[in-house]
Write a protein that binds this ligand. Sequence first.
Ligand SMILES: [Cu+2]
Length: 120
Amino acid sequence: MNLLVINIIGLALIALIIYWFWIYKPKNVRAKDQDIIKIIVEDGVYQPAHISVPAETEITLEFERKDETPCAEMVIFPDLDISESLPINKTKTIKLKKLEKGNYQFHCQMQMYKGELHVE
Ligand SMILES: [Cu+2]
């Protein structure tokens, strides 16, 4: 490989890192009572990762895991005592009970995938 090619690859990697850490913002969705929110588990992110939920409403989450690595296998809501394994390319339904105001995190077992419910 000549030096130019190596430089271009280096610049592309730097651009990717900048994009990932500074520019990329996970999508935010706003849920209403009885909504079903579909969350795709892929490429190291939950999409959407931030879900706004009105307090005292009931919503359902449908996780669809496309990432086959073991990292993505579990989804854990530590504050809600929820810990579920996600089958690959199938929908896993998690019905949430009514929540009080606050932020509730959810993540994979290694906390590489991260998301948050904003109950307001
Ligand atoms: Cu993980």
